[in-house]
Write a protein that binds this ligand. Structure first.
Ligand code: NAD
Length: 310
């Protein structure tokens, strides 16, 4: 399977390195010229607990430079604010029966890609893998866990199973799943409860459990998310969402959430795809979401205060 990854940052770099090390035909596209040039000249280095994995996937800054490519699978791993641009790029390189996979966090990424290719050609899901971009050409593998892949519409098919098998063979354990919306929402609710609050308070995930006030804020934000999920006819993959979110915060106690990391690095957050998307869904479905609306405005104000263009 010919694979192209659009967005070769932390996660795209991790997947590219694992797939290339397993001998798969994988190329990366990233707008960051220094990163691409480093991959091209010195290779892509993945730091793992067991040492470094060095590979040299084809790397370009402009998708047109892969024009003759006809990819079977394009994996979109940009931040959610760039998904529409990445989907347009994918048009240049996706083969006639190829599909586009998103494992990004937040709501709406798969739907944005579906606007370009049609829902039938979109695969979506979640991944419990984690990674950090250390610098040009260098990624650190963080948390490990399962990746779930399904079709945006309809049950899994052979293509889905093959994509999951290729990832698993490359050391990214993946499972083909029917209920992708349940998984996407399951991860969304956790991000709704943890990301904005940790970014506003500059807390590690575990610190949310340390105070009655923050436990209450998690509860209020997550309760709205549960109501919006129910109004969307989505069944969450766990019964007690508040307990689940606080358990995840405890299990990842030392971690800085991606939103906190973005704020600390002066980068745009994914607030519009997380709490902001929940608010938009709430408006559409007539479910009030005042807590998430407030969290969204506070993060946007914080971005502006730090000179971050959203
Ligand atoms: P990142 O910022 O490290 O990487 C994104 C990359 O996309 C950057 O290198 C950037 O230069 C590139 N990019 C931006 N616009 C582009 C465009 N138009 N075309 C090509 N490249 C472009 O982000 P990340 O941490 O890898 O996160 C990617 C997605 O995966 C997010 O939705 C995130 O929530 C999700 N995710 C991240 C982790 C993690 O541990 N980092 C885990 C699970 C899911």
């Amino acid at each position: 399977m010919k694979i192209v990854i659009i967005g070769a940052g932390a996660m795209g770099g991790l997947f590219a390195a694992r797939l290339a090390a397993a001998g798969e035909d994988v190329s990366v596209v990233d707008v960051w010229a220094e990163h691409v040039e480093t991959i091209r000249t010195q290779g892509l280095i993945l730091e793992t607990g067991e040492g470094e994995v060095r590979t040299k996937p084809a790397a370009v800054t402009r998708v047109e430079d892969l024009a003759a490519c006809a990819a079977d699978l394009v994996i979109v791993f940009v931040k959610s604010g760039m998904t529409a641009a990445a989907a347009r790029s994918a048009q240049t390189i996706l083969g006639p029966v190829g599909r586009v996979l998103t494992l990004q966090n937040g709501l709406g990424n798969a739907e944005m890609i579906a606007e370009v290719f049609g829902a039938d050609r979109v695969l979506a899901g979640t991944t419990a893998q984690g990674a950090t971009l250390i610098g040009p050409g260098r990624i650190r593998h963080g948390g490990r866990g399962d990746t779930h892949i399904g079709r945006l519409t309809g049950p899994v098919d052979d293509f889905c199973r093959e994509a999951a098998m290729i990832l698993s063979r490359a050391g990214i354990p993946a499972i083909a799943e029917d209920a992708v919306q349940s998984l996407i929402w399951g991860k969304l609710v956790i991000n709704v409860g943890i990301n904005a609050l940790t970014a506003l308070l500059r807390f590690t995930n575990g610190q949310l459990n340390d105070h009655a006030e923050t436990r209450e804020l998690v509860k209020l934000a997550v309760a709205e998310a549960v109501q919006v999920a129910a109004a969307s006819d989505v069944r969450l993959p766990y019964d007690n969402a508040v307990e689940k979110v606080l358990a995840v915060a405890a299990a990842t106690a030392a971690n800085r959430s991606s939103m906190l990391q973005d704020i600390l690095r002066g980068r745009a957050t994914e607030i519009d795809a997380i709490n902001g998307a929940l608010v938009r869904e709430g408006v559409r479905l007539g479910v009030p979401t005042p807590v998430n609306a407030t969290l969204t405005l506070l993060i946007k104000a914080l971005e502006k205060q730090q000179g971050i263009c959203g």
